[in-house]
Design a protein around this ligand. Sequence first.
Ligand code: AMP
Ligand code: MG
Length: 403
Amino acid sequence: MAVMKFQAARELVIERVRSSKPSLQTELIPLQNARTRVLAQAVSADRDLPPFPRSTRDGYAVHAADVSATPAQLRLRGQARAGVSFDGAVGAGDCVEIMTGAPLPAGANAVVMVERTSAAGEYVLINKAVVVGENVVAQGSEASRGESLLAPGRRLGYAEIAMIAAVGLREISVYKPPTVAILPTGDEIVELDVAPGPFEIRNSNSYSLQAQTQAAGGIPVPLGIAEDREDRLREMIERGLEYDVLLLSGGVSAGKFDLVEPVLAQLGAEFYFDGVNIQPGRPLVFGRVGRTFIFGLPGNPLSTMVTFEIFVRPALALLAGEMTAPLIFTRARLTRDLQRKAGLAGFLPAILEGNYYEPEVSPVEWKGSGDVVSLTRANCFLAIPEEAGELKAGEWVSVMMRQ
Ligand code: AMP
Ligand code: MG
């Protein structure tokens, strides 16, 4: 099978998952538990927003025409505070003291901020002209009653949750998350509760994959470690086929004990690709057995993490009911020269720093894709297009944020 370019491989993942038309189940949950969930219902405004013309300042509600020539002396008629409307109408030559968030009294059409006025008994001196509507948000101008505000398929963050609270929904319908079996492979891999022998390696991939799955809105199901033996691997893969997605780590290179692909083939897998032109992460299998999508991720910890972010995350997003799952890139200036062989799209551990409007990125030291330490010294990936060779200090480069 051909090695694919990373963009094409990512698009293929999205296309395959989308065209599988996953059947999404829904559940009702309390709004306070909604973060990272995906909305399964429409949300619309239950009343105008704001529900009344709202003052954005502390000051005086006036007729703009009365203060077109300043200073203008107006008669103080009363007060409007947040939550309480002024009981009456503001006539010509009148004003009403008003607080931020209070409803604009009938008759008034603008607010003069208090700093531009001086009060003297029952009169107020206005020292600044205002235009109609100044310092007032018109009723319904943010959204009108019945207007649709959120559509199904939206991932819920704090802003969406605030919006839902503002229209009074305490419970909402969300999609049930996809289940994701996690199956690390390798005879040298041991669990954390056993002391590793001198040549054994602790199972870190299962933990990064569980954390990434949770962050991507899936339910991780760790299956334990599969040995590099066909029969054992097959048995455990079969167990993994009970879930929506099966993530394997290791065993996908060209080594003698890399058995993931042959065993998947025995189980009748349909393969979509088995290699991607990226560093780290070149060996990477994507396929399907029955309804279960399968990713055979490379075993080197950095490769496992990077390939999850680029290829598994969008699949989980779609299976979670999300409409889109874009990769977010930003740009920053490179702080030092970087020698590199062209040919593979690079995602190198790096640190994004610099001042507010002058982002700078520095690659961190790393000893290749097995270097589990390097990413903890980094906060992003320096994303290098495959055709790029040497990069120079001061160049603008692309950065993929670590989510
Ligand atoms: P493989 O892809 O099976 O050839 O493994 C590549 C490298 O990743 C080897 O050095 C493995 O020891 C390491 N590795 C594989 N699986 C894991 C795991 N679950 N946790 C940590 N390292 C792993
Ligand atoms: Mg292995």
